[in-house]
Design a protein around this ligand. Structure first.
Ligand SMILES: C[S@@+](CC[C@H](N)C(=O)[O-])C[C@H]1O[C@@H](n2cnc3c(N)ncnc32)[C@H](O)[C@@H]1O
Length: 280
C-alpha cells in the first residue's frame, strides 16, 4: 500500500466531505461520541488534544469540559475540516480551541508531554499507519496522561460496510483498505498496548444509524464520508450504478420511507506509564 497516496485520498476526500459530514453522520455518531466523552472525563483546567477532529463534534464538548483555564488543540489532516471548526468556534465565541492541520502520524508541531488527555473519535481507521499515530499520542501525553479512542466495530456488524467494495470496484486504489481491522476482536486494545500504553480497557457498543429517507442515506455514504473524492470523479452513469448497488446492500434495513442500519463501535482507553518502560 502506498501510504503517501492513502493520506492524500483522505486529506482531499475529507476536504470534499467537510460541509456534508454533520448532516450525514451527526445523529449516527452521537452515541459513541458521548460515551467516549464520558470515559475521557475531561476536567476543568486540563489540556486535551483531539486528533482527527473533523468538524469538532467531540472538540466542542471537550472545550466546554476544560473551561475556563483548560485548552483543546484540535488537529486534522483536512484543511476543509479545520476551516469548519475554526468558523464554528468563532461563531460560538469559543476561545479555548486551537487548531492545527496535521497528519496524526506525525504531529510535528506538537511538543512532548504537553497534554493530560488525547482523544481520537472515528479517525484511526483512516490512517495507513495507526501504530505511528498511537506512538505520537504517547509522545505528546504527560506521564500518567490518558487516551480514549473510538473506531467502527466488526465489519459484519456494520450494515453500511458494502460502500467500500462498491466504490473500490470502480477505482484503482482501495479507499480505506484497513478500515475494519481495528474493530475486529481485541485489535484496538492490542495496538494501544503495543504502542506502550498501560491499563488498557475496551468495550463494544451497538447502535442503529437512522436515515429518514433514501437521499439522506445515500448522501451520508457517498458525499459526507471518505469515498467523497472517488465518487466526485465518477461519471453520472457510474454514480447511478454505485448508488443502486448501495441501496440494494442496505435494503434489509429499510424502515418506512427510510433506513435503520445496524452499526457497531469499539472504544478503548489507556494511560501513558508514569515511568518510561525499560527498553532493555
Ligand atoms: C469520520 S471523521 C471523524 C471526525 C470527528 N472526530 C468526529 O468524531 O466527528 C474522520 C476524520 O479523520 C480525519 N483524518 C483522516 N486521516 C487522517 C490523518 N492521517 N491524520 C489526521 N486526520 C485524519 C479526516 O480528515 C476526518 O476529519
Amino acid at each position: 500500500m502506498d501510504m503517501k497516496f492513502q493520506r492524500r485520498i483522505q486529506r482531499y476526500g475529507w476536504d470534499k466531505a467537510a460541509t456534508s459530514y454533520e448532516a450525514g453522520w451527526r445523529d449516527s455518531l452521537a452515541l459513541v461520541q458521548s460515551r467516549l466523552l464520558d470515559i475521557a472525563s475531561a476536567q476543568p483546567g486540563e489540556r486535551a488534544l483531539d486528533v482527527a477532529c473533523g468538524t469538532g463534534l467531540v472538540t466542542f464538548p471537550l472545550a466546554q469540559a476544560v473551561t475556563p483555564e483548560g485548552r483543546v488543540v484540535a488537529t486534522d489532516i483536512s484543511q476543509g475540516m479545520i476551516d469548519m471548526i475554526q468558523h464554528e468556534a468563532a461563531h460560538r465565541g469559543v476561545g479555548q480551541i486551537q487548531t492545527l492541520r496535521s497528519d496524526a502520524e506525525a504531529l510535528d508541531d506538537v511538543p512532548d508531554e504537553a497534554f493530560d488527555l488525547v482523544t481520537c473519535a472515528l479517525g484511526l481507521m483512516y490512517f495507513p499507519a495507526p501504530d505511528l499515530a498511537l506512538k505520537e499520542a504517547l509522545r505528546v501525553l504527560k506521564p500518567g496522561g490518558r487516551i480514549v479512542v473510538a473506531v467502527w466495530g466488526a465489519r459484519r456488524n456494520c450494515g453500511w460496510a458494502e460502500i467500500f467494495p462498491i466504490v473500490d470496484a470502480r477505482v484503482q486504489s482501495a479507499v480505506c483498505p484497513l478500515f475494519f481491522m481495528l474493530g475486529t476482536g481485541r485489535m484496538l486494545a492490542m495496538e494501544l498496548e503495543r504502542a506502550g500504553f498501560e491499563s488498557v480497557l475496551d468495550e463494544r457498543l451497538t447502535t442503529t444509524l437512522p436515515y429518514p429517507d433514501e437521499t439522506t442515506a445515500l448522501d451520508a455514504a457517498f458525499v459526507g464520508g471518505p469515498v467523497a473524492l472517488a465518487y466526485g470523479r465518477f461519471s453520472e452513469e457510474t454514480r447511478m450504478e454505485a448508488r443502486c448497488e448501495y441501496l440494494a446492500s442496505i435494503s434489509p434495513y429499510q424502515s418506512g420511507n427510510g433506513y435503520r442500519i445496524p452499526g457497531e463501535f469499539v472504544i478503548a482507553s489507556a494511560r501513558k506509564p508514569w515511568e518510561p518502560h525499560d527498553s532493555k
